[in-house]
Design a protein around this ligand. Structure first.
Ligand code: CTP
Ligand code: MG
Length: 381
């Protein structure tokens, strides 16, 4: 399903000053938080966004979503507490924890982290310290050797189960997830950080971030919009109900097919395969293969969402038309919309179910069969 992005946005932004917490302050025309949300929402490899916010700030977070789907959770008093709450909602095997206060996250950083996770429990972008370092104490200033010293950034990426184990075992709060993970012995790889990915912390940082965002807007890679079309027909006979778009409708008919004959889900599956350039449903689930006998078609669609994500494609919208005289689809549209959204990991507003008859003409009109059409729109990296 792609990775889970947890954006922590529950801090008070005290060092930044001002009346509004820094994550909601305007930056290059939009609230700071919305920049990070957009980076993840446009990444086809991202399957879930979780945002930790302070109590009473859910509405402010929703105003930053501009159509992106995200799970909201209340954060805690410390960053560790906020991440802990966010982590409890993570559904994917891989999790990226990101500061809302770093609006300039790049695709290169994300790619580097996902690559590093192939050989480590966790990874974080890092930059070497270039200035000379000293420690100022009562006895005076002492030089600190900067060799092998790095500044860590976010996102900090982990295998979800390893990070969860570390959080269960950790006794105290930590400044970031790498220090918490190291305290529990997880292995961490350092990837290439970027100066532009700095954390907006002090009042003067806003101007620098604004300049960088204005300049980079042109260079941000825009994902390609792709479309796929699906069509499916199943024969109809008398029976005790039909499966359509993941919902069972009790009626005196049934649809004949090798699987549960859900023409709606089959059309969507084919449309997504089309968008991802991955062939058709028969290529992946041959009807000759006995393991698909009576199968729940939701499984087909879930699998295709997964392989599409691996191919760099994320569905963002689906429109379905069911063509039949009976059963009546209207009363079930809402349930279908919710089920399809759930299977595909979409917001229900991005799923549309329509139905039509063919005025008693043709095979659908005579009730010999039912047809379904679907169009899936997706984003490709
Ligand atoms: N954060 C959080 N929950 C907390 C504290 C911090 O979710 N209890 C988040 C912040 O919203 C921010 C990120 O962690 O996106 C990095 O923290 P920091 O830059 O320190 O932000 P603040 O804590 O908000 O700022 P300050 O320390 O200046 O008050
Ligand atoms: Mg803080």
């Amino acid at each position: 399903m792609g990775y889970t992005a947890c954006i922590v946005a529950a801090g008070r932004g005290e060092r930044a000053g001002g009346d509004t917490p820094k994550q909601f302050r305007m930056l290059a025309g939009r609230p700071m938080l919305s920049w990070s949300i957009e980076r993840f929402a446009c990444d086809p490899a991202c399957g879930q966004i979780i945002i930790a916010h302070a109590p009473g700030q859910a509405e402010q977070v929703r105003a930053c979503l501009s159509g992106a789907r995200a799970d909201l959770v209340e954060g805690g008093e410390t960053r560790t507490a906020s991440v802990r709450n966010a982590l409890s909602l993570a559904r994917s095997d891989t999790v990226l924890i990101h500061d809302a206060a770093r609006p300039m996250l790049s695709q290169t950083i994300i790619a580097g982290l996902l690559d590093a996770l192939k050989s480590h429990d966790g990874a974080a972008p890092a930059l070497p310290v270039s200035d000379a370092l000293v420690r100022d104490a009562d006895e005076g200033v002492t030089a600190v050797n900067r060799e092998n010293l790095y500044r860590l950034q976010t996102p900090q990426a982990f295998h979800t189960d390893r990070l969860r184990e570390a959080f269960s075992a950790a006794q105290s709060d930590y400044p970031d997830e790498v220090s918490l993970a190291r305290s529990q012995g997880l292995t961490i790889d350092l990837t290439q950080g970027e100066e532009a990915n700095f954390k907006v912390t002090y009042p003067q940082d806003f101007e620098r971030a604004e300049q960088l965002l204005n300049r980079s807007a042109v260079q941000t890679p825009v994902p390609v919009t792709i479309t796929g079309l699906g069509y499916d027909v199943h024969r109809m006979a008398s029976g005790d109900g039909v499966h359509l778009c993941g919902v069972f409708i009790e009626c005196p008919y049934r649809l004949i097919g090798h699987s549960d004959a859900d023409a709606g889900l089959h059309a969507i599956t084919d449309a997504l395969l089309g968008a991802a350039g991955l062939g058709d449903i028969g290529d992946h689930f041959p009807p000759s293969d006995n393991q698909w006998k009576g199968a729940d078609s939701a499984m087909f669609l879930e699998h295709v969402v997964k392989i599409a994500a691996e191919a760099g494609v994320r569905p963002v919208h689906v429109d379905v038309t069911l063509i039949c005289e009976r059963p009546k689809i209207g009363p079930h549209k809402s349930a279908m919309k919710h089920r399809v959204a759930q299977i595909m990991g979409l917001d229900t507003r991005r799923v549309n179910i329509k139905a039509t008859t063919t005025e008693q003409l043709g095979f659908t009109g005579r009730g010999e069969g039912l047809a379904a059409e679907a169009i899936v729109t997706g984003l490709a990296s």
